[in-house]
Design a protein. Sequence first.
Length: 422
Amino acid sequence: MIDFNFPYFIATIFTQLLIIYLFSLYSRIKIGVKLSFILIISVSSIIESFLSIHLKAPINAFICMIYFICLFKWLTRLKLKDIFFYMLIIWLSSILIDISLMVILNIIQSVFNYHFNALIVKPVCTVILCIILFILSRLKCINKLIDKAYNIISKISYGYMYIVLIIFLYFIIDVIGIINIENKMIFIILISVVLFTLTIIKFIINKYEIITLKETNNLLINNNEFFIKLIEDYRILKHNLTSQLLGIKSVSNKKSKLLIDDLIRGYNATFLSTQNIKDVPAGLNGIVYEKLYNFNQKDLKVFVENKIKSKIFDSISPRSYNLLSEALGVTLDNAIEAANNSEDKVVYLIFSEDEDKIFIEIMNTFTGVIDLDKIGTINYTSKKNGQGLGLYSLIGRKKLQIQTKIKNNIFKTKIIISKYKQ
């Protein structure tokens, strides 16, 4: 005679319908009910009822996992990654609830010294699990959380091996939970599942923040390049307009010439030459221009030499880019102010790279005395009204080096930052 667990058969049908409902709800994919669909659910439930009796729980759980992946691939046109994601959400929720129910049963058996009949407990717990899953699925906050998780995951590049590994680890935890259902080990397993899940969530959030930061920085770089081009167009317009005014001046009377001279002086006073800024690597040119524009001294002579061929943001991580921007801003502030107070008023920028690092050399003329031994120490500054916190705040940063030296009355600052190792 073949054993058949009828209560578990009913529970299995109920479970399958609920999982399909949850998958349809979370994925926003409508799954139609056809005759073939009903036949598959019925036959698979009968098979699962026999397997639950004659196969060990780990093997049975693995077969169920493969079955649902194949079922949703047949019912929907979703990619495997999306199917894995929604199945992982449903399965993870089920594992947490299932192990929690095991803990409750373990407590009841320990307190009342009562041993439950597995043939009865299993279908009853399955129905309770389904009811809890259904209640959770009706909560708007849960649905919003799953949508948000999907949006995060969809932006992260990950391979199937990572998904299989995570599913396998949860599978192992679930199997250990089933084996240790009747002892205190189940409490440790529950805590392990929660900690493992939180670790994965933390890792995904960190990965997502890096991607978002990268997208934001790329957007800023694109905007920066647009405005640099706009400034260059404005410089050409100003040059052409000045030439046209000079042409008009040649045929004007004395009063008109004075008015034209005044207009030309006004244009020149309100516009800072940016002819060298276009040579600065994209992503750093906006920083350089901002510093020069805010300082707005026409006597200052700025020279740029760019030997960097690669894109800055493709070469370094987002955090390193922010650190590089901070270092360039601080050192350029110091160089511009020191050069402006000197007689020659020269700032020279050299951008270069090798396989592992990016180098920025900032050279400037200066007057007075600078103590190189105290550069980068707290409260030391060569400025009249400075606080001495600029270079000091950069010293000791990971992946960043600041070198300073004086040669032939030229102060040199070298910024070295490590490239991103993918």
